[in-house]
Design a protein around this ligand. Structure first.
Ligand SMILES: Nc1ncnc2c1ncn2[C@@H]1O[C@H](COP(=O)(O)OP(=O)(O)OP(=O)(O)O)[C@@H](O)[C@H]1O
Ligand SMILES: [Mg+2]
Length: 422
């Protein structure tokens, strides 16, 4: 048995806990638990009790399947409160030897992360993209090099303190600690992007139920991230309202029919059977459905592409767009996006280096949770390389301990909680 690593994706439609056994870099899924999520809106916890209950169900199911007791998780975060910015820092190396020490790396990171953030926000990630030693760029680990001037370029992600704390609180409520909070699209990128794409320049879009998460990678690293509050649930809602059917029926129609195109002439004649709110069967034209779905997707992607354009990356992503998340399964979506914006689009799935439970590994619905586990492995390697936890904070951002769960009191509470859970 290797090390047990657990990812916890608290999404708008579902909560998933994935238990993996990691040995010699090999990740094997040994347990999975999933529960419908009822306490989130647009990626943000709005009901602590409901969210706690969903997490509890997912965790218990995963624990039973893996036959382990989960104590720590890497948990994802999203929501429109997230913002990101690029910054750089500089320090001089004044000691006689001019050999760069770990301490200098920490100083330069501290310098780079000194950005203005609003009083109700906190740092989530400070990700070093590259170090520069006396003007020489592209250095990933400057410790041990000789120089007088050390610079770093970082990508900084911040989020609302309340949103972060609510996630931690809900996880703590089930007697589990949060090792790290990870930006969801950053996690997903570990599951679905390959190195070549990240080097060349690529935009990842994780379209879930409540949010569309965008992350842009270039030269192997993250350059931009943004969370938009529109996704699959909005399409379902539009269908429910437009066709006067229940939410469940609307979701079924969406999943079955995908994205009929307004340009498709035959859509006028083709009929779809739907069940109305009055439980009556009715036939509607595909075109009617297209008129509902297409404008919503146009709105979503115009917004997403607008964000990418605004930051000047439209021509800097030759590897195109990689779609993931449940809504990426929408039939015809890659073709629609590719046509409308004249860009290469693929669905991101089939992550490498992870084994077991094929259905999970291959579905874009689980990209975030798989990515959380992969991210955690990389983050732990980073601690190993830099030898302390401060390194992790620098690399991955917030290393958060659930308040009240540390020490004897925490253990007692955990025990009590488990006892009550039965
Ligand atoms: N085959 C399919 N075709 C189209 N849409 C689908 C399909 N399967 C699932 N979906 C949609 O995917 C959405 C859920 O995706 P996902 O599980 O990635 O969301 P989530 O992680 O819970 O939410 P978020 O990440 O936005 O907080 C739902 O709106 C669902 O209708
Ligand atoms: Mg999601």
């Amino acid at each position: 048995m290797g090390e047990i690593i657990v990812g916890l994706d608290i999404g708008t439609t579902k909560v998933v806990a994935l238990v993996c056994n990691v040995e010699d870099g090999n990740i094997e899924i040994i347990g999975m638990g999933k529960a419908p999520s009822r306490g989130l809106e647009k990626g943000v916890v709005v009901d602590i009790g409901e969210t706690t209950a969903s997490i509890k169900r997912a965790i218990e199911e995963a624990e039973n399947m893996a036959d382990v007791e989960i104590e720590h998780v890497f948990a994802g975060i999203a929501g429109r409160h997230i913002s990101s910015v690029n910054n750089s820092g500089t320090v001089s190396i004044s000691r006689d030897s001019r050999i760069i020490a770990l301490e200098d790396v920490q100083r330069v990171i501290d310098n780079a992360q000194a950005v203005q953030i609003s009083p109700d926000s906190q740092l989530i990630h400070v990700i070093p993209r590259q170090y520069i030693v006396d003007g020489q760029e592209g250095i990933t680990d400057p410790v041990g090099m000789t120089g007088t001037r050390l610079e770093v370029d970082v990508h900084i992600v911040t989020g609302s303190i309340t949103a972060v704390h609510n996630i931690i609180r809900c996880v703590n409520n089930v007697g589990i600690e949060v090792d790290q909070i990870v930006l969801q699209p950053l996690a997903s990128s570990y599951a679905v992007l390959n190195e070549a794409e990240k080097e060349l320049g690529v935009a990842l879009m994780d379209i879930g139920g409540g949010t569309t998460d965008i992350a842009i990678f270039r030269d192997g690293d993250i350059w931009f991230s943004k969370i938009l509050p529109i996704a699959g649930e909005h399409i379902t809602n539009d269908i429910a309202v437009g066709l006067k059917v229940s939410y469940e029926e609307a979701d079924r129609i969406k999943i079955q029919e995908g994205l009929p195109r307004l340009t498709d002439e035959s859509a006028e004649e083709e009929r779809i059977e739907i069940t109305t709110l009055a439980e009556e069967k009715k036939l509607i034209s595909k075109r009617k459905l297209a008129k509902i779905i297409e404008p919503r997707l146009e709105e979503l992607f115009d917004l997403a592409m607008g964000e990418i354009e605004d930051v000047g990356y439209r021509d800097l992503i030759p590897a195109g767009i990689v779609l993931t998340g449940g809504t990426s399964l929408l039939k015809g979506l890659p073709e629609f996006v590719s046509e409308r914006y004249d860009i290469a689009v693929r669905r991101g799935r089939n992550p490498t280096g992870i084994h077991g439970l094929r259905d999970i590994v291959e579905s874009p619905i689980y990209s975030t949770v798989i990515g959380l586990v992969k991210y955690s492995v990389v983050s732990k390697e980073y601690i190993h390389r830099f030898g302390n936890q401060r390194g992790v904070r620098q690399w991955g951002g917030a290393r958060l301990q659930g308040d009240g769960w540390k020490g004897l009191f925490g253990r007692l509470m955990r025990w009590l909680n488990r006892f009550l859970r039965g």
